[in-house]
Design a protein. Structure first.
Length: 95
């Protein structure tokens, strides 16, 4: 996020420029890239759900690793949905 904020300063975004010029209190607004990074981070494509396997093993599951395939599919679709959401919102913002 800090690198993305620096990028916004270099682009000349007024929300980030007022901070460096000392114009008093200014409102910082997240850039499109920042929002995309956050949404993709939250959707988190997870290849091996280690905690879930440990919980299943702890409670006596016959096949604790049986959760791997459904977890990959579920997180794949959540990440795909996040990407689609970001693309749709970017198109809306430009119009």
């Amino acid at each position: 996020m800090e690198v993305l904020a620096q990028l916004e300063k270099e682009r000349g975004n007024p929300a980030y420029l007022c901070e460096s010029t000392g114009q008093g209190k200014c409102e910082r607004i997240a850039s499109t890239e920042m929002c995309t990074f956050l949404i993709l981070n939250i959707s988190s494509l997870q290849l091996i759900p280690v905690n879930m396997i440990a919980y299943r093993q702890q409670y006596g599951s016959v096949n604790p690793a049986g959760i791997i395939a459904p977890a990959i599919v579920a997180t794949f679709f959540s990440t795909l949905t996040a990407i689609a959401y970001c693309k749709i919102m970017n198109m809306r913002r430009k119009t």
